[in-house]
Design a protein around this ligand. Structure first.
Ligand SMILES: [Zn+2]
Ligand SMILES: [Zn+2]
Length: 268
């Protein structure tokens, strides 16, 4: 069984959607250390230009420099990588560029933030097949971008949650293997996220069976992809969810060799 020793998807107050005042660098490091993690990654949303930023947010490249200064002063006891979560707006259009990516340790590149209706290219048809085809196209665009180190919460149609299970079911094993093989060839890691854990009924309007993300991740593994773990935490109380990934990792029969080098620690 692979050890859960890292969380490379953590938001801070630099992300407008992170409103927890306790989600400070100091507190994040303290909680993650207590959870037994050896490496964490900060992955705030990155928006360089107003024209490609959600209307009630704002471009925030300067915030990343400020965060780096705060981090340097913290001298944390665990390895802290400086990353970001950028967006694929459409094939060939992204919220960051190579120059910005080079200022960071890694880039998480989302390819399915379809809930940003005005900014992110939408599926031609809001049907399982239409959404499935769009997810594959956007995923491949992210893989081929030259910007991505990790693709997060893969094949979850954000903003179209009611189509999650039928959309994934409409993609054949063969298409998944071909698609993920390209990610493996580009050395792009696939994230295993706490977002995959089905929300209890009533918490969100839609929930799903764990077998849906499990099938996707199994095929990613078969195609030769390597993985990183992340909670996508926007609040301090979400960080322990990293440990909830254990049953999923066990069913995937992951070994240390399946972990992407970016996420490896002295203990992996
Ligand atoms: Zn995301
Ligand atoms: Zn995120």
């Amino acid at each position: 069984m692979v050890s859960i020793d890292h969380d490379l998807h953590i938001h801070t107050g630099l992300s407008p959607c992170c409103t927890d005042v306790n989600q400070t660098l100091h507190n994040i490091v303290a909680v993650c250390r207590d959870l037994g993690l050896h490496k964490i990654g900060l992955s705030d949303h990155a928006w360089l230009r107003r024209s490609t930023t959600p209307a009630d947010w704002g471009p925030n490249p300067r915030g990343f420099k400020k965060l780096a200064v705060e981090l340097a002063a913290l001298s944390p006891e665990i390895t802290v990588l400086r990353g970001c979560e950028a967006d694929t707006l459409a094939p060939g259009r992204f919220t960051i560029d190579r120059k910005f990516a080079d200022t960071l340790d890694y880039v998480i590149l989302a390819t399915n933030h379809f809930h940003f209706r005005e900014l992110v290219e939408q599926p031609v048809a809001a049907t399982p097949q239409g959404i499935a085809a769009h997810m594959v196209r956007m995923f491949l665009a992210g893989v081929r971008s030259g910007l991505a180190n990790i693709i997060p919460h893969v094949f979850m149609p954000m903003g179209f949650w009611e189509f999650y299970e039928p959309a994934v079911a409409s993609i054949s094993d063969c298409v998944f293997i071909e698609t993920f093989a390209e990610a493996a060839a580009h050395d792009v890691a696939i994230e295993i996220t706490a977002v995959y854990l089905p929300p209890p009924p009533g918490v969100r309007r839609h929930t799903w069976n764990i077998d849906t993300p499990l099938r996707v991740l199994t095929l990613a593994k078969q195609a030769g992809c390597r993985f990183t773990f992340g909670t996508d935490s926007h609040a301090l109380t979400s960080l322990p969810q990293i440990l909830y990934l254990a049953p999923l990792l066990e069913r995937l029969e992951l070994t240390a060799d399946d972990i992407h080098p970016l996420a490896r620690t002295c203990c992996s």
